[in-house]
Design a protein around this ligand. Structure first.
Ligand SMILES: NC(=O)c1ccc[n+]([C@@H]2O[C@H](COP(=O)([O-])OP(=O)(O)OC[C@H]3O[C@@H](n4cnc5c(N)ncnc54)[C@H](OP(=O)(O)O)[C@@H]3O)[C@@H](O)[C@H]2O)c1
Length: 259
């Protein structure tokens, strides 16, 4: 895919942070943006701002942490007459703390949002892309995907799933015209940390703005990259985690995320 022009783009987690930054960067009079998240007001405010610059925008508020929500969303999008050319699975949340601190329902919602509905939405959108022999999927994982993260256990495992799922699909579909790209941001300025109840404070050189991460992800999607770590420092850390013994990596990560 060499351009976003004239594409219909379904973007989850569009109400804030990296997703909202992607929506702003994708805005163009030739593009149709389909925005989803739970916060209808925030989506409509963003949509109005994007329409003012000529972008065609439709809003589909959904809670993707509930089973079946991805299927419902896809049905609504299709019923409204849209065929998705580009799918950006960006919505996600985590919770920092000891595993037993959060209840089972919270983890079930996290896994439904970060994993199950990401797979489901991909499964619903892929056939039309394959039929046309063209399309792009961008899945937002995390640098937490590259190793186990003590005190972020379920979240980091969910992002490992996203990384491996995306890389497998990239290999399966690249020769049929559909690219699947996994974006792995490191620490990014957004609402994520407050919702995660995180006290993790990385060195400033590893922190990026949502706009920077969005730009890196959208570029990687256009390039048809398999995996893209956002930020040079984060890329070095991710590569190092592959070279060192797993126990040493988990021990170092434990130090960083211990409450
Ligand atoms: N910030 C970081 O340091 C960081 C690092 C690595 C990876 N990431 C990943 O980047 C992605 C975007 O996060 P962000 O940093 O931009 O954080 P954010 O500002 O909290 O944005 C998260 C987005 O996901 C949506 N979302 C959350 N729960 C949802 C639900 N149940 N149903 C539908 N949408 C839901 C939110 O919208 P509503 O609240 O309106 O539903 C929001 O639009 C996530 O997948 C996150 O795991 C973030």
């Amino acid at each position: 895919m060499d351009t976003y022009k004239h594409k219909t783009i379904l973007l989850t987690g569009a109400s804030s942070g990296i997703g909202a930054a992607m929506a702003r960067q994708l805005a163009d009079p030739t593009v149709t943006l389909l925005l989803t998240a739970r916060s209808a007001d925030a989506l409509h405010t963003l949509a109005d701002a994007l329409r003012a610059h000529g972008t065609s925008v439709a809003v589909f508020p959904h809670d993707l942490s509930t089973p079946g929500a991805a299927a419902d969303l896809h049905e609504q999008v299709t019923a409204a007459g849209h065929t998705v050319d580009v799918l950006i699975n960006n919505a996600g949340f985590g919770k920092q703390g000891r595993f037993e601190e959060y209840d089972a329902a919270t983890y079930a919602q996290m896994l439904t949002l970060n994993v199950t509905n990401l797979v489901s939405l991909t499964h619903h959108c892929l056939p039309a892309m394959l039929e046309r022999g063209a399309g792009g999927i961008l899945n937002v994982a995390s640098t937490a995907a590259f190793q186990a993260v003590p005190f972020f256990a379920v979240y980091s495992a969910s992002k490992s799933f996203v990384l491996h799922f995306s890389e497998a699909l990239h290999s399966e579909y690249a020769d049929r015209g559909v690219t699947v790209t996994c974006l792995c941001p490191g620490n990014t300025e957004s609402n994520f940390h407050e919702r995660a109840e995180s006290n993790h404070e990385p060195p400033a050189f590893l922190v990026e703005s949502a706009e920077q991460v969005a730009q890196v992800g959208l570029r990687a999607l256009l390039d048809g990259a398999m995996t893209k770590v956002s930020g040079g420092g984060n890329a070095v850390m991710a590569a190092a985690s592959r070279l060192l013994p797993r126990a040493a990596v988990v021990a170092a990560t434990r130090q960083m995320f211990a409450p």
